[in-house]
Design a protein around this ligand. Structure first.
Ligand code: FES
Length: 282
């Protein structure tokens, strides 16, 4: 291999970078993307190695000078050198441009994976479909009255019209009213011992599905976070650091359980600006 391969190596790198962008924009193919990425870096690395080996000076040359005045032969030789040098400079400029093109193509290709971050969630992380007056609804669409559950009973409920949407899943549990310790300001959030918590674990979002009736604790099966049902869902064990969000309940005029509002804090795991609109209720 010699310097004649520098330009082709840069071109290969550039084409692979462009190919990577096109492949990604057309839906992506991990194997093709891997090969193209390899080609882009291999071409660029080869070009730089050859450049360093063949185009950069490696020796220091010292010319002995005995005569101050140049002979006609020396002058001719000098002029030939300048001519050769100008070709060299032109060639280096061309290679520099190709190298810049290869870097640009790889740089642009590196930006494309940003698209994989997905659509902007907007305000969705702050809200569920619960709202003022939403009836608590079972999986089969039936409504829930406060006496439907025995003490110690638990069911999953959804806002009317939005069943099976993960972010709305809510656990309704009936607890002994005299043992419940409401958080300050939440004294009227339960109805006849019916308390409702988000089913989405505040650690990394698994469904909190196990209820220990004797201890009144909810357990997340993923990493064993444990939440106190009688103490506004506060975590007492495991990696979850935040309480399960509580849904404020009331009765409607027909005697069914309804929500007073949406959750007053974002449900589920933490995210970078979770506290921006609603306070951390840990
Ligand atoms: S997701 Fe619940 S403890 Fe980790």
């Amino acid at each position: 291999m010699n310097e004649r391969f520098i330009a082709p190596a840069f071109i290969v790198s550039m084409l692979c970078g462009i190919g990577l962008m096109v492949t990604y924009a057309m839906g992506g193919d991990p194997q093709a993307e891997g090969l193209l990425l390899f080609g882009a870096f291999a071409g660029f690395g080869t070009a730089l190695t050859l450049w360093q080996k063949h185009l950069l000076p490696h020796n220091e040359d010292v010319q002995e000078r005995h005569h101050v005045e140049s002979t006609p032969e020396e002058q001719k030789e000098f002029l030939d050198t300048i001519d050769e040098g100008s070709h060299d400079i032109t060639r280096r400029k061309f290679l520099t441009k190709l190298g810049g093109g290869a870097i640009g193509a790889m740089g642009l290709a590196a930006l494309f994976p940003l698209k994989s971050l997905g659509p902007n969630p907007g305000d969705k992380l702050f809200h569920t479909d619960w709202h003022e007056g939403s009836r608590l609804t079972r999986e089969d669409g039936s409504y829930v009255r406060p006496t439907d559950l025995e003490e110690g009973g638990i069911i999953t409920v959804w806002p009317e019209g939005h069943s099976h949407e993960e972010q709305n899943a809510t656990l309704l549990i009936r607890v002994p009213v005299d043992q419940f310790q409401p958080k300050k300001g939440r004294e009227d959030w339960i109805v006849e011992g019916n308390v409702a918590y988000s089913k989405i674990c505040t650690h990394v979002g698994c469904p909190v599905a196990l209820y220990h009736e004797i201890k009144h604790e909810l357990l997340c099966p993923c990493h064993q976070s444990t939440f106190k049902v009688l103490e506004h869902g506060k975590p007492v064990f495991g990696p979850a650091a935040r309480s399960l969000p509580q849904l404020p309940l009331r009765l409607d005029s027909a005697g069914y359980l309804v929500a007073q509002s949406d959750y007053r804090e974002p449900i589920g795991p933490g995210f970078w600006n979770r506290g921006r609109k609603k306070g951390d209720e840990a």
